[in-house]
Design a protein around this ligand. Structure first.
Ligand code: GTP
Ligand code: MG
Length: 428
């Protein structure tokens, strides 16, 4: 079964082109593909990044000529979060599962350093979900709801000055993760001349900061011309509106001002038609394909490499899944043992520490006990001394008392003898 490289080359070289003698039918393969795709339906996911009230929802309504759910954001969000909403749309016989993801609270925090993170995390989570489905044993990718972001529309404020740091940082973080198209929002609020200068400024800032925006593909002959023309019009300056205004004898989507009407679909008023054309009519499939083949592929590759998978090992041998599993298992077991050993060591140290603490306490108590004992003995000794002194005092007192009593008795005796003698003398 082992075919050498030279043999393989000769097999390829031997391929011959034959002419068919009649209609066989495999020329219907593209039609079969179309029919299968149409019956399966399509999905398309748009991420709108822009500050609160910049016109994200209005533009989506204008783009799909419908009214999606709308919930205005307040300016008091502590953090940015993403709000996905999915809709089933139908045009002719084509079903489209459309998910529109909005940033809520973007640009409303005082410290905006972390504002890009929830957006990045959301994009990565959708890639991760797809990867997990792919890695399942029982996969159901044909009816899997693919939520990977196909296009990120970044809404720039029509300031006429330059891009804000928040815009540059966010776009820079997003450009390797998603197809990024910058838009100048509310383009009716800036004059034609200022808009022209602003577009040039924005583009030059994006280039000088190395922000890679999505380029409409020019390799397919059918769209080369239109796409290369449109690439030169980026960033598109758009206007959205939910109002219809009568222009001539037709009702058109427009914004009415005291000084005139801005028609959304008028190419001399704004680039809305260009955006719709490029996004939905010409490059929708390319956006889907780029998401899968470029951005998802990059995510998948990094993730699998992180997990230890490789295409070939150091000897240029194909890397088997079994090897990866065994290596990972070994790594895991070693890690487990290491952490077990760490835990054991930690426990031993803790026990030693506690033991030392207890010994110290015991020593302190013992010392205190000895001190109290000494104090007690001293007190006992001094009491004993006092008792002895008192006893001595008592003894001397009783001695003096006996002497006094003897003296008193003696004095009494001599006075009695004297009195008797006096009486005897009187009687005589
Ligand atoms: P949040 O979802 O609350 O963050 O806002 P949003 O970005 O979805 O903005 P929304 O579409 O709700 O529009 C906010 C306001 O801007 C509304 O009053 C719109 O009528 C107005 N607006 C939307 N698009 C345009 C536009 O192109 N030009 C002008 N002048 N105003 C617009
Ligand atoms: Mg909105």
């Amino acid at each position: 079964a082992a075919v050498s490289d030279t043999e393989r080359v000769s097999v390829t070289e031997e391929k011959r082109t034959l002419t068919l003698c009649g209609h066989v039918g495999f020329d219907s393969l593209p039609d079969q593909l179309v029919s299968k795709s149409v019956s399966q339906g399509f999905c398309f996911n748009i991420l709108c990044v822009g500050e609160t009230g910049i016109g994200k929802s209005t533009l989506m309504n204008t783009l799909f000529n419908t009214t999606f759910e709308n919930e205005e954001a307040s300016h008091h969000q502590n953090t940015v979060y993403l709000r996905p909403r999915t809709y089933n749309l139908q045009e002719s016989n084509v079903d489209l599962k459309l998910t529109i993801v909005d940033t809520v609270g973007f640009g409303d925090q005082i410290n905006k350093e972390e504002s890009y993170k929830p957006i990045l995390d959301y994009i990565d989570n959708q890639f991760e979900n797809f990867l997990q489905e792919e890695l399942k044993i029982k996969r159901s990718l044909h009816n899997y709801h693919d939520t990977r972001i196909h296009i990120c529309l970044y809404f720039i404020s029509p300031t006429g000055h330059s891009l804000r740091s928040l815009d540059l940082v966010t776009m820079k973080k997003l450009d390797s993760k998603v197809n990024l198209i910058p838009l100048i929002a509310k383009a009716d609020t800036i004059s034609k001349c200022e808009l022209h200068k602003f577009k040039i400024k924005v583009m030059s800032e994006l280039v000088s900061n190395g922000v890679q925006i999505y380029q409409f593909p020019t390799d397919d002959e059918a769209v080369t011309e239109i796409n290369s023309t449109m690439n030169a019009h980026l960033p598109f300056a758009v206007v959205g509106s939910s109002e219809e205004v009568k222009v001539g004898n037709k009702m058109v989507r427009a914004r009415q001002f005291p000084w005139g009407v801005v028609q959304v679909e008028n190419e001399s008023h704004c680039d809305f038609v260009k955006l719709r054309e490029m996004l939905l009519r010409v490059n929708m499939e390319d956006l889907r394909e780029q998401t899968h083949a470029r951005h998802y592929e990059l995510y998948r590759r990094c993730k699998l490499e992180e997990m230890g998978f490789k295409d070939s090992n150091t000897d240029a041998q194909p890397f088997s899944l079994q090897d990866v599993y065994v290596a990972k298992r070994r790594e895991f077991v070693a890690e487990l043992q290491r952490s077990e050993e760490d835990m054991r060591q930690m426990f031993v140290n803790k026990v030693k520490e506690t033991e030392a603490e207890l010994k110290e306490r015991e020593r302190e108590l013992h010392e205190r006990f000895e001190q109290l004992k000494r104090l007690h003995q001293e007190e006992k000794r001094s009491l004993e001394q006092k008792r002895r002194e008192l006893e001595e005092e008592m003894n001397s007192f009783s001695r003096r008392k006996v002497a006094a009593e003897a003296l008193q008795a003696c004095t009494l005796q001599s006075s009695i003898t004297h009195t008797i003698k006096k009486e005897k003398d009187k009687r005589k």
